[in-house]
Design a binder for this molecule. Structure first.
Ligand code: SF4
Length: 248
C-alpha cells in the first residue's frame, strides 16, 4: 500500500506540477481569513469576496475594529456570514491582543485562535510559513479512502496515517495535488475514472464513469477549458484566472 501510495503521489506530481492553494492571498493574515471564509463554500466565491474585505480591513487591527453589520454585508456571498463575521472579529482581536497583530507561525498558537482548527492551521503553516502540513479537507479524505490508504473518517486520524506514509517534505504539495485531483477528476459523485491518469494504480477504478469519451466530458477546470478558482493565480498556472464577482 505504501509503495502504491507513493507512486500515486509521484504520478499526481507529473499531472499537476503547478498544484497550489486555490485561495488568493498576499500574506499570512489574508490566507488565515480566506481559509476561515472557505468553510461551506468554494474557494472561487471566497476569492471573489476577499478583495473588498481586505481593501476595507487590511490588518488585524482594522478588522478587529470593524462594524459587524458592514463586515457581514461584504462577506455575505460566502454564506454563514453572521457566524463568519463573528469568527473574524474574534480572530483579529486575538491576533491584535495576544500576538502583536501578527499571525503566529506555530500550530499550537494557531489552533488557540477563535474559529481556527487544525485544518486551517495546517493550510496557513504550509502555504504562508513553509512549514510542512497535511490538510485533510473533504476532497483529501474522500480520495485517500478511495485509494485505501485508510478507512478512517476522522480528519485527525487520516492526517496521522498519511503522515506515516510520506516524508514531511512532501506533505504540503501532496495536499494540493490530492485536492486538485479531487476537484478536477476524482469528483465526489461522478469520478471520471475513464479519463484518470492514475487509474492503473487505483483500487476504486470503476466507481465512476469508465467510458473515456463520457469521462472526459466530466472534467472541469483547465482540462475542460474552465478557469481555476483564483483571480490572481501563480505565474505558472496554465488556466485562465477566475472571473470577479458579478463578471460571470
Ligand atoms: S480511477 Fe476513479 S476513483 Fe480512482 S482516482 Fe481515478 S477517478 Fe478517482
Amino acid at each position: 500500500m505504501v509503495r502504491r501510495a507513493r507512486r500515486i503521489n509521484r504520478e499526481l506530481a507529473e499531472v499537476y506540477p503547478y498544484a497550489h492553494p486555490e485561495l488568493d492571498f498576499r500574506n499570512p493574515f489574508e490566507l488565515l481569513v480566506a481559509t476561515v471564509l472557505s468553510a461551506q463554500t468554494t474557494d472561487l466565491r471566497v476569492n471573489q469576496t476577499t478583495p473588498a474585505l481586505f481593501a476595507a480591513y487590511p490588518t488585524p487591527e482594522d478588522m478587529a475594529a470593524a462594524v459587524p453589520e458592514e463586515m457581514e454585508e461584504i462577506i455575505r456571498p460566502t454564506g454563514f456570514f453572521r457566524a463568519k463575521t463573528k469568527s473574524l472579529l474574534g480572530l483579529s482581536a486575538a491576533l491584535r491582543d495576544d500576538f502583536g497583530g501578527e499571525v503566529p507561525g506555530r500550530l499550537k498558537d494557531l489552533v488557540k485562535l477563535p474559529g481556527v482548527g487544525r485544518k486551517t492551521a495546517n493550510v496557513v503553516l504550509g502555504n504562508a510559513f513553509g512549514v510542512p502540513g497535511i490538510t485533510v479537507d473533504t476532497h483529501f479524505g474522500r480520495l485517500v479512502r478511495r485509494w485505501k490508504w485508510t478507512d478512517e473518517e476522522d480528519p485527525v486520524k487520516v492526517e496521522a496515517v498519511v503522515a506515516g506514509i510520506f516524508p514531511k517534505s512532501e506533505w504540503t504539495m501532496l495536499s494540493h495535488r490530492v485536492v486538485f485531483h479531487g476537484r478536477r477528476i476524482c469528483h465526489a459523485r461522478k469520478p471520471a475514472c475513464g479519463a484518470c491518469p492514475i487509474a492503473p494504480l487505483c483500487p476504486s477504478y470503476g466507481e465512476g464513469e469508465t467510458d473515456p469519451e463520457k469521462a472526459r466530458k466530466l472534467l472541469k477546470y483547465e482540462m475542460g477549458g474552465y478557469p481555476g478558482q483564483r483571480l490572481s493565480p501563480p505565474a505558472d498556472y496554465p488556466g485562465k484566472p477566475a472571473p470577479a464577482l458579478g463578471a460571470g
